[in-house]
Design a protein around this ligand. Structure first.
Ligand SMILES: *[C@@H]1O[C@H](CO)[C@@H](O)[C@H](O)[C@H]1NC(C)=O
Ligand SMILES: *[C@@H]1O[C@H](CO)[C@@H](O)[C@H](O)[C@H]1NC(C)=O
Ligand SMILES: *[C@@H]1O[C@H](CO)[C@@H](O)[C@H](O)[C@H]1NC(C)=O
Ligand SMILES: *[C@@H]1O[C@H](CO)[C@@H](O)[C@H](O)[C@H]1NC(C)=O
Ligand SMILES: *[C@@H]1O[C@H](CO)[C@@H](O)[C@H](O)[C@H]1NC(C)=O
Length: 943
């Protein structure tokens, strides 16, 4: 009775409502209105949940939510209700909300369909109570400061289609319960600290179109279940610790438009069929260990926009692997082992802005058709085996900012047409066989910042038009055949910071040549025919003799240079006139003290140009002494009182080093072996030839080997004597160490890298040191480093059965040396890495290396050493470096780590190392915030 009365009253009220609220007439049925009425109470409860949350936020956040008051939450900012008036979505992205989610009672908001709180300052954990949101479809908490794990309970949010937690500080594993979210279309967990492996249950998310797991610490391999995600369009796994082979099923992902695998440790081949449906747009797999060819399906993959496969071990021919890509914007294949010629069809990629294929084995000429890629900004083909001339058609690339063709075999003249490259900022064509003169038209590239034409055969004079390059900061014309005077107009280059004109035939006085160059910080005019007083500019104020030596008659205030009082700066060493000739005699079975200047140089690229200028032969005392082998032998025996301990200056596994002051007043270092070498007559010829070749090596950072003597009693090598002894001596000398400042240390590392690079890459056949250690690196009085004992390890080894130290010094030898008979250049790279750390740390790095090696492998990433700040390992006996020097030191440490990579093939070449150091590479760090070692360990990020 009472209930039927109530029903009548209710129907009446409903009619009244419908009469007075026409906008509600769409809710045609009174039954619905009844429900709406009933939900009022619930709405209050929902409003209460939100208000409770608001009251627990800070005042600024509450201010952002000032519209949240009263009893109708549907009108509040960011709140939307469903047709029934229940809160369905909370959209407060970018709202400056600062607080946690703990006080938001999700059980009071059971109808929530969407939560969008991206880009606020939420902190604390993701509350497990979210499990109550059974209707939730869209959950976006990205770009906050959330911590902790993903609660496994979220696996029951069966309706969820979009889950975005990117850019937080979430950690722990990705729960396997995520595989229960079978409606998911988007799963974005980028840029967090997730670890562990990708759960195999991810294969259950058959509707997934977007999967972002990039920039975490996820390890293991990609689960094979990924092959079930056949609707995937975007898959981003870059910057993790993933490894192993890619699962075969990845070829099933035929809708993939965006595949990013860069910066992991993947091995094996790239997926060959990855573009079989012509959907692929972006494909990056850089910085992995992929081998095999460029995927065959890329050849006809017209959809490509951006491709990065650099820093892998890809092999095979490039010629047939690349097609014509109308949309392609960016192509980088640098640092692989690709061979073949550049296909001329590349020129049809009209939208390409960057083409970088440096450091491969590309041969053949540069196709003139590349001049048709009119959008090109950057063309880098450096460090290949490219031949032929520079095509003048490249001048059509009006948008080109960077052209790098350095370290190839390019010949012919520099095309004057290049002057039309009006946007060009960087031109590097160093290290080729270019000839002719420098075209005056280069002066027409108004935006040029960096110009490197070094290491070619360019001749005639430096065109004065170069002085029109008003933006130029770095000019390197060294190691050419340039002659004539240095144009005075060069001083118009007001922005120039680095100028290298060394190793040419430039002549004349430079007194006022550089007067206005106040921005210049580094200048090198060594080994020319210059004369007269040095100009008074800042660049010379802190310079050492090394940047001016080898000239005809310069004078000035640099230590080692004659002061400008008189004009007698030449002929200093004229009293030392002796020539060494090798004559086997009674007392000296074999003396190979050789005439240096008279013999052909064994190293290709030192070539004729340098032969006349490096230590110009009339400056080398040995070349002008007259001396016979027996005399040398006897003088040495006499000068050392037959190797008396008094003259001993060092010892090693091989024997001892003596300082011998010869009668003529010249000091040499004599390295005497413990036992006399027993060289059979039959092999003596080959032995002599090898030693002779080593005496011909001439490089400023390699200790000069004068010769070798052997009698039945003694065998020894005779070397140039260096004042400061070995690097090891300096590092262990508590007085001297305090003056071994950071810039000097950086220079020592640079010098050693130059020496090794020269021996590995500019000598034919390459010469491997095999025993690089701090005891084999000698320093002169300017702390310039000179590597000693180059190549002797190999030459001498067959003749000395008990010469154990010659297979490398303990603590410096690369791990593979133990089981690889075939000693390659990369072993020297490893030892170089050890020495570099030693220079920076002031002591042998010891266990640091092994602990870093294990931390860079996927298995354990928590080794304590890798968490050390850089500061902790820097030698504390000198003041902490600041500014640019700190950046350079950090760079050098990073480079050393890459040299210490356990896998020889992943170590950089010495050429890459020496180029990177010579380019003053550094890492930006502010001195206050310190950088951790692990940030510098990046096995594939070199250079
Ligand atoms: C959720 O996932 C777990 C682990 O994958 C599984 O054991 C469980 O049965 C799933 N729950 C439901 C309700 O499907
Ligand atoms: C994909 O979504 C549809 C509905 O949109 C659903 O029926 C199906 O079960 C989902 N597939 C998987 C593998 O979860
Ligand atoms: C790839 O797709 C084929 C056919 O669609 C299917 O049979 C196979 O199981 C899939 N492979 C993987 C590894 O998922
Ligand atoms: C490809 O990359 C470009 C540039 O990074 C980006 O704008 C574009 O959206 C990407 N395309 C796809 C399909 O992911
Ligand atoms: C090249 O790029 C332009 C704009 O950047 C675009 O409109 C065009 O479709 C692209 N492809 C071709 C073939 O021109």
């Amino acid at each position: 009775m009472a209930s039927s009365q109530a029903q009548t009253l209710f129907l009446f009220l409903t009619h009244v409502l419908l009469l007075f609220m026409p906008e509600m007439s769409c809710l045609a049925s009174s039954f619905v209105v009844a429900l709406a009425g009933a939900s009022n109470q619930m709405r209050n409860e929902e409003a209460e949940a939100l208000l409770t949350w608001k009251s627990n936020l800070d005042s600024e956040s509450r201010h952002a939510l000032s519209s949240w008051n009263g009893s109708n939450p549907c009108s509040w900012r960011g709140v939307d209700c469903d047709p029934l008036g229940s809160i369905a979505s909370l959209s407060l992205s970018d709202s400056n909300i600062h607080g946690t989610l703990h006080h938001l009672n999700f059980s009071q908001l059971p109808n929530l369909v969407a939560i969008k709180l991206a880009n606020n300052s939420l902190f604390g954990n993701i509350p497990p109570s979210m499990v109550d949101l059974s209707k939730l479809i869209h959950l976006d908490l990205s770009r906050n400061n959330l911590l902790g794990n993903i609660p496994t309970q979220l696996g029951s949010l069966r309706s969820l289609q979009v889950l975005e937690f990117s850019h937080n500080k979430l950690s722990g594993p990705i729960p396997r319960e995520i595989g229960n979210l079978t409606s998911l279309l988007t799963l974005a967990l980028s840029v967090n600290n997730f670890s562990g492996s990708i759960p195999d249950s991810i294969g259950k998310l058959g509707n997934l179109t977007i999967l972002f797991l990039d920039e975490n610490n996820i390890s293991g391999s990609i689960p094979s279940g990924i092959g079930n995600l056949s609707k995937l369009i975007q898959l981003n796994l870059r910057v993790n610790n993933l490894g192993g082979f890619l699962p075969i099923g990845i070829n099933n992902l035929t809708f993939l438009a965006d595949l990013r695998l860069s910066n992991n440790n993947f091995v094996g081949q790239l997926p060959q069929d990855i573009c079989s449906s012509q959907a692929l747009v972006n494909f990056t797999a850089a910085n992995n260990h992929f081998t095999g060819p460029i995927p065959r399906s890329l050849k006809n993959c017209l959809s490509l926009y951006r491709v990065r496969l650099d820093n892998n071990l890809l092999k095979g021919h490039i010629t047939g692997a690349l097609g014509v890509y109308p949309y392609l914007n960016y192509l980088e294949l640098s640092n692989n082992e690709l061979c073949g010629e550049l296909p001329s069809t590349l020129g049809k990629c009209r939208n390409l802005t960057s083409l970088k294929i440096s450091n491969n084995k590309i041969s053949g000429p540069i196709p003139p058709q590349l001049g048709n890629m009119i959008q090109l900004h950057s063309l880098d083909l450096s460090a290949n085996r490219i031949v032929g001339e520079i095509p003048k058609e490249l001048a059509k690339l009006k948008k080109l900012l960077e052209l790098s063709l350095d370290c190839n075999l390019v010949v012919g003249p520099i095309p004057p047409e290049l002057g039309a490259l009006s946007s060009l900022q960087k031109l590097n064509i160093a290290g080729n066989n270019l000839s002719g003169s420098i075209p005056t038209q280069l002066g027409e590239c108004p935006n040029l910042l960096f110009l490197n034409l070094s290491k070619n055969n360019l001749e005639k004079s430096i065109p004065i038009e170069i002085s029109n390059l008003q933006s130029l900061q770095h000019l390197d014309l060294s190691q050419n055949l340039l002659s004539g005077e240095i144009p005075r107009q060069l001083q118009l280059l007001h922005r120039l910071e680095i100028l290298n004109l060394s190793h040419n035939k430039l002549s004349g006085s430079i007194m006022s040549t550089f007067d206005d160059m106040m921005s210049l910080t580094s200048i090198d005019i060594s080994y020319n025919e210059l004369e007269g007083p040095l100009p008074n500019i800042p660049a010379f104020h802190n310079a050492t003799i090394r940047v001016v030596r080898g000239n005809k008659g310069l004078c000035g205030v640099i230590v080692g240079l004659s002061p400008c009082t008189s004009t007698t700066s030449k002929g200093r060493d004229k009293n030392k006139k002796l020539v060494l000739i090798s004559i086997p005699t009674l007392g000296c079975l074999l003396c190979l003290l050789l005439v240096v200047g008279a013999l052909r140089i064994g190293c290709q690229r030192v070539r004729k140009t340098k032969a006349s200028s490096v230590d110009g032969s009339n400056e080398n005392p040995w070349a002008i002494w007259s001396f016979d082998g027996r005399m040398v032998y006897e003088s040495i025996i006499e000068a050392t009182k037959e190797f008396d301990a008094e003259y001993c200056i060092g010892e090693g596994g091989y024997g001892s080093v003596y300082k011998a002051q010869l009668q003529v007043g010249e000091i040499v270092a004599v390295k005497k072996f413990k036992d006399s070498l027993d060289i059979e007559l039959a092999s003596r010829k080959a032995f002599e030839n090898e030693i002779r070749a080593l005496t011909r090596i001439r490089h400023r950072n390699i200790v000069k080997l004068y010769g070798f003597c052997s009698s039945s009693r003694h065998s020894f090598l005779v070397y140039e004597f260096l004042q400061f002894g070995s690097l090891w001596d300096v590092l262990n000398n508590e007085q001297r160490i305090t003056t071994f400042a950071w810039n000097k240390r950086v220079n020592v590392v640079k010098d050693v890298s130059n020496a090794l690079s020269y021996m590995h890459h500019e000598c034919s056949p390459p010469i491997v040191h095999r025993d690089v250690s701090s005891k084999n690196i000698l320093l002169d009085e300017e702390y310039e480093a000179h590597v000693s004992d180059f190549g002797t390890a190999k030459v001498l080894q067959p003749y000395s059965s008990n010469w154990t130290s010659f297979v490398g010094t303990f603590g410096y030898a690369a791990p593979e040396l133990a089981y690889m008979m075939d000693v390659k250049e990369k072993c020297d790279v490893y030892s170089f890495g050890v020495v570099t750390l030693e220079v920076i740390m002031g002591r042998h790095p010891g266990d640091l290396i092994s602990s870093l090696a294990s931390s860079s492998s996927a298995s354990s990433s928590n080794s304590t050493a890798s968490r050390w700040p850089l500061k902790q390992v820097l030698d504390k006996r000198v003041p902490y470096p600041i500014g640019d020097v700190l950046g350079q030191v950090a760079f050098i440490v990073k480079m050393a780590f890459s040299c210490l990579n356990v896998k020889p093939e992943h170590r950089p070449s010495m050429q890459q190392v020496s180029q990177a150091i010579s380019a003053h590479s550094s890492i930006m760090i502010s001195s206050s915030e310190d950088i951790k070692l692990e940030e510098l360990v990046d096995p594939r990020c070199f250079p």
